[in-house]
Design a protein around this ligand. Sequence first.
Ligand code: NAD
Length: 354
Amino acid sequence: MKIAVLPGDGIGTEIVAQAVKVLEVLRSDGLKIEMEYGNIGGAGYDAEGDPLPESTLALAQASDAVLLGAVGGPQYDTLDRPLRPERGLLRIRKGLNLFANLRPALLYPELASASTLKPEVVSGLDIMIVRELTGDIYFGQPRGISTLANGEREGINTMRYTESEVRRIGRVAFDIAMKRNKKVCSVDKANVLETTELWRQVMIEVARDYPEVELSHMYVDNAAMQLVRAPKQFDVVVTGNIFGDILSDEASMLTGSIGMLPSASLDENNKGMYEPSHGSAPDIAGRDLANPLATILSVAMMLRYTFADEASATRIENAVKQALVQGYRTGDIHTEGTNRVGCNAMGDAVVAAL
Ligand code: NAD
């Protein structure tokens, strides 16, 4: 199994180093994995003048899975848009045809007090957000900023989805629901946006193939509200690219910290890119403060979804749980009475638990 390792920028290098330690343990226990490093984001721009160098895309395409840290940093914010780190991320998703983004929001009992919501609202929370990743207003043409005849500037982006794009993400969501609590909530804005009216129609069609799964629909504004009012009503949430971007960050905060949340982006053959849900956190980068658990849990997702190795995935998840039970906490999830540690020591705690 070949894994492309792309640490990226900011805390990316620190958190990926911990995930690699975990992979090394599995390798020494007999798992056949090969890892090769590549540049992406600002690191790609610095080294090769491109946020997604050709060599990195080729490496990712030749690998079975990609482990990514994070990209971005204030020093790149003034670059031309195509050279910015985030563009590298959009391009690799597109280049690998990663259309399905899975973001679990799961609350570990040990962290119930780290959530800003009352423990009774969030304890036992286990949501899977399935976000479409290659379409929608992030990619639709026309786009850009132009100047009108009267001299005023105008910004344009285009929301669009084809029926087949909606159908394939719908299938991913229903397949996952079949392995969970058999509930799918499709989030749209069908009362205002025609693109999402089509989204709703197609979801209803997909649901016919899954008679055991209960499909419900919710407008995105209501979904944003329900996520903080009564989040446990959700099992699988499926939605488009922009709504999913926002709702999955909101759901992540229910669990206490974005530093706990892994993600997987899959193509049609379960090849995937695995990365934490958070960004490069320039405010804490290089200071051994980052929480590496989201990245380590992303490795667990890699083993489960790409390598179909449920035993190793569970082994990693249990090691993370054990490190939390033992009281280890990075700053973002630290509460009184627990043992505050840095990124590296948290990685060591998981390795020890493994
Ligand atoms: P961010 O997720 O990097 O940080 C938001 C806040 O959460 C910060 O206070 C940060 O310190 C904290 N945080 C994030 N991850 C953490 C971790 N593992 N442990 C402890 N604390 C953590 O989002 P942002 O500040 O909006 O963006 C910073 C940069 O990251 C920008 O350049 C942005 O474009 C980029 N970004 C990249 C990705 C990605 O690579 N997938 C995603 C989002 C943002």
